[in-house]
Design a protein around this ligand. Structure first.
Ligand SMILES: [Zn+2]
Length: 235
């Protein structure tokens, strides 16, 4: 019997892959253009009260710090926090709680915050995988109230984000097994645990948000439009 090698990379298969890649890049570029255009033009969230308007950040008090990555034959090392004369952030941070989330590709968590009287500041760090991070300023007294800040997180370029009190946070995982570290400066309080729907962000990024996986709790969060936070804690 004569054996022949089968070449699976035929011209038609090659063209099919080229067309898939072209379509992906094409739609990604369109989404990026529309996202920037919409955000930069400022989109009123509540035309009647004009309470929230989303516009592109940065947000006052948010600090993004990139860290060096030291890969070698064994794996890699990256230091994400240090105190001393040159601390990791321009503010001191006392960790009260430290926890991690692990997420499948396409998971969206957000938009979350812990409000008064037990307001929390956080430091989040990408440990593994990649994600797009979203921050929205909901502090009434803030000069950047209503600003949306978008950060790209990847294990290849380790980074942390300091999130002050009153800034809501969420992210979408872009890879399976994305791990994010959370450090919080006060204890978790279920009565002060607040949040609003990720639709505030998703309307600007429809392709990225299509078919996202969300918890029942996140799906039932109120819209940002007209949102007001009322803690169930006794003041
Ligand atoms: Zn509380």
């Amino acid at each position: 019997m004569e054996l022949r090698a089968v070449n699976t990379c035929t011209p038609s298969v090659f063209l099919k892959w080229v067309s898939h890649i072209y379509a992906f890049v094409y739609y990604a570029c369109i989404e990026m253009y529309l996202t920037c255009k919409d955000i930069l033009e400022t989109v009123p969230m509540n035309p009647e009260s004009n309470r929230f308007t989303l516009n592109l950040g940065p947000i006052d008090g948010v600090h993004v710090t990139k860290f060096p990555n030291y890969p070698d034959l064994r794996g890699r090392l990256f230091k994400v926090y240090a105190e001393g004369p040159v601390p990791s952030f321009p503010v001191r941070f006392n960790t009260f709680e430290h926890f991690f989330t692990e997420s499948k590709k396409g998971v969206f968590r957000g938009m979350h915050f812990q409000g008064a009287p037990h307001s929390a500041a956080k430091v989040i760090t990408i440990v593994k995988g990649s994600a797009i991070d979203f921050l929205i300023d909901i502090r009434q007294e803030s000069p950047t109230l209503g600003s949306l800040q978008i950060e790209s997180l990847s294990e290849m370029t380790p980074s942390s984000i300091y999130i002050p009190e009153g800034v809501a946070h969420g992210y979408i995982s872009l890879s399976d097994g994305t791990i994010i570290s959370y450090r919080q400066d006060v204890a978790f309080c279920g009565n002060c645990d607040g949040g609003f729907s990720g639709e505030a962000v998703s309307q600007h990024l429809p392709i990225i948000f299509a078919n996202t996986i969300r918890s029942e709790k996140d799906l039932n969060l109120p819209a940002l439009e007209g949102f007001e936070f009322h803690s169930r804690c006794l003041q």
